[in-house]
Ligand binder design. Structure first.
Ligand SMILES: Nc1ncnc2c1ncn2[C@@H]1O[C@H](COP(=O)(O)OP(=O)(O)O)[C@@H](O)[C@H]1O
Ligand SMILES: [Mg+2]
Length: 412
């Protein structure tokens, strides 16, 4: 999960509220958005439709959605490796219920619970769970749902595997010709002398897997062999992890939200700049304490050329990793202002963190719209069925096509 991801301040969702937010769009924010005649056509179905004459959009409201969770932890900042997105479940249910008629919450405690879920065959599972552990065995939720032909909201296991190991993600970037800092992996003793270090200082040292900047602090920036050796040892001892060592990127930092239009596969990129105050050494890095204390500021990317470059890189990275529906790509500039891929989050936090702020600052998208768009994306994806591949186009797709699919135009 993201510790930067803020808890939602609950607002009651009034009918029609979703229609309004785009009307107040500030044109200065609209790098990635073109004003359109009608706001959010998907909600056309929310206006009065007499029974029996329902539009395709209206019929879609009958979809059955289950929000799937694992037993709740009282400490919401606890690091649960098997949960990719810590959802604010009551808020998500309230939002989805504002549009869909049948939205329930299912807590999975046992494999039996999961089998019962499969038997109910909901149209969509809305969940941030990556895997369950039943009797010592990991069972990946999205793999399980694929097997049963049930749609879900984010990437499948193969893409999550690509993203989880940062060295693997970087290798995939290199193969796709996407800029990423030079790197190698190490552990204490593997690079025992200054001469054995294969790339030039300054370097950046962090755990090869993980999130929330765990294991990242001011000592991650190393200028000499002795500080390199110390940080590799620290990561080994405190994070129980191998170290990923990269060329230090000293420029500005960005995170680019990606929302796919599952109806036609186009991607929308929503960059934000994240600014951390310089640390005691003058380096600006998003370390664990900064994220935890919420000490960074988030800004719009107003330079159109940079916006476009970040968007292109993030979309290419998302595709190379085989991401689906949504994600966030972290990018940092080198000293000479060339954007470099740092890492991807294919289960980005869905509270009020970087992903939401990307939606808000780029598209003026409300939190409710964001959650509904993610559900709609999930529902629009063709899922493999046990008896072959489902090719049927879902109702929102038909409706969106009729309305000229104006919500998503791949502008960058
Ligand atoms: N090669 C690098 N050069 C400079 N800073 C980096 C580099 N890699 C990571 N960072 C800094 O460390 C932070 C955390 O690294 P990241 O790989 O994104 O880990 P996490 O998964 O914990 O978010 C980044 O947001 C960035 O500020
Ligand atoms: Mg990151």
């Amino acid at each position: 999960m993201d510790i930067n991801d803020k808890t939602i301040i609950r607002t009651s969702l009034k009918p029609g509220a979703l229609l309004k937010s785009r009307a107040s769009l500030d044109p200065r924010t609209s790098l990635d958005y073109r004003p359109r005649a009608k706001a959010f056509p998907r909600h056309a179905g929310q206006t009065a439709v007499s029974p029996g004459t329902a539009s395709p959009v209206d019929r879609n409201r009958n979809k059955v959605i289950e929000i799937v969770t694992v037993p709740y932890l009282t400490d919401i900042t606890a690091n649960r490796k098997n949960v990719g997105i810590e959802l604010d479940v009551p808020a998500v249910q309230e939002i989805l219920s504002g549009y869909y008629h049948d939205v329930s919450i299912t807590q999975i405690n046992t494999q039996k619970d999961l089998e019962l879920l499969a038997a109910r065959r909901p149209d969509l599972v809305f969940s941030g769970v990556k895997y369950f552990n039943f009797g010592g065995q990991d069972l990946w939720l999205n793999d399980f749902l694929d097997l049963h032909g049930i749609a879900y909201i984010a990437s499948g296991k193969a893409a999550l595997d690509n993203e989880h190991d940062k060295a693997r993600a970087k290798r995939i970037m290199q193969q796709a010709n996407i800029a990423t800092a030079r790197y190698f992996q190490t552990a204490p003793g593997e690079h025992p002398t200054a001469a054995s270090v294969p790339i030039a200082f300054p370097l950046f040292v962090k755990p090869v897997t993980g999130g929330d900047s765990r294991g990242v602090d001011a000592n991650s920036v190393v200028h000499d062999f002795e500080s390199f050796r110390r940080k590799v040892l620290d990561i080994h001892e405190t994070q129980n992890s191998r170290a990923l060592v990269e060329t230090y990127l000293s420029g500005r930092e960005y995170s680019v939200g990606i929302l796919e239009d599952a109806t036609n596969g186009t991607l929308r990129a929503m960059p934000i700049e994240i600014i951390a105050a310089p640390n005691q050494n003058g380096d600006r890095i998003l370390d664990y304490d900064i994220k935890k204390q919420d000490a960074e500021t988030v800004e719009m990317v107003t330079d159109m050329a940079i916006h476009a470059r970040l968007g292109d890189l993030a979309k290419a990275a998302f595709r190379a990793l085989d991401g689906k529906s949504l994600g966030r790509i972290d990018i940092k500039m080198s000293h000479d202002n060339v954007p470099h891929f740092i890492e991807a989050n294919l289960m980005p936090g869905l509270r009020k963190g970087y992903f939401y702020r990307g939606c808000l600052l780029n598209l003026n998208m409300s939190y409710e719209e964001m959650i509904l768009k993610i559900a709609e994306n999930g529902l629009a994806v063709s899922v493999p069925r046990p008896g072959g591949y489902e090719t049927e186009t879902s109702e929102p797709v038909i409706a969106a096509r009729k309305m000229n699919a104006e919500m998503f135009v791949d502008g960058f």
